[in-house]
Write a protein that binds this ligand. Sequence first.
Ligand code: AGP
Length: 369
Amino acid sequence: GQLEKGGYPHFMLKEIFEQPNCIRDCMRGRINVEGTNVVLSAIIDHKEKLLKAKRFIIVACGTSWHAGLIGKHLIESYCRIPVEVEYASEFRYRDPVIDENDVVIAISQSGETADTLAAIDLARRCGAFIYGICNSVGSSIPRSTHTGSYIHVGPEIGVASTKAFTGQVTVLAMLALTLAKNKQTISNNEFLKIVGELMSIPDKMEKAIQTNNQIASIAKVFTYAHNFIYLGRGYSYPVALEGALKLKEISYIHAEGYPAAEMKHGPIALIDEEMPVVVIATHNGMYDKILSNIQEIKARKGRVIAFVSEGDEVISKLADICIELPQTTECLDPLITTIPLQLLAYHIAVCKGKDVDQPRNLAKSVTVE
Ligand code: AGP
């Protein structure tokens, strides 16, 4: 009822707005107040197994799989361990090459997704060590893993996953930091810088949420678009996929997420003056590259909706619409940039009069294969 929604019109909006506090809960007791140490107890308890792993394999579905792509980037960058990210539904039917030197990370909000559970069973039979990252306490996946970390973001009711995604990414960041420190694959300065940034994420999320009114008015302009393209590079590529998935799920508008540089290998043929292109173009190592991708789109008259860092004066001259977001360190950027994309999907769906919390054809947890 209305009471549980805490005054919000939908659970999804409530859950988007809750994210700063959810991330505070997720980090509580895992980062010390001085910001000098990160401890996921599951890692300390199974140090031997995790530090010696030759490879990590992440298995998940949907939004949780997108979080996995960010996890791959984090773990490879800071821990120097190869990581593969698999759709659980593909992995389980493939007779994958896997043994006791592998650690499988299963990511699931509900902890009940049938394909993810089956992937875990298969990996376990092959001798892999299984680490779960889940939200629902006591659900099936945490019970079938060797160890794991809860994301602690509270129950997620909206079918479109929002706060679970940012919670998963936060746990993956803490996991990468804990492992990297123990493996000594990260410098002390870099470690302290990222932990400090992680601690400031909830406040920056509050600022990202303040784009809500601006996003609501943009949504009105694009309510009747038939297609959307979402672009990002590096850490922002999975965010583009996630933004597109949110739009498809609740507004029923076709949307594709793409790594921006892949455009020229085909999808750029789709660009015309009708095509809204959402670009994540915050100030990080990929900035110059994404800038030239925006120029390519404008040259073909696409309508660019750019998400940039505060104070950007270059992209605002190029893009049709420019939304400023607080800046953070590159690897944590998805925690900020995801929020306005959730809001954009939400407001477009509301403008179309769709049932945001219970979109057609979808269930909150997919317990069938
Ligand atoms: C996300 O908005 C989806 N509804 C869906 O993709 C979901 O993330 C997927 O079914 C996986 O669910 P899980 O995290 O509960 O395993």
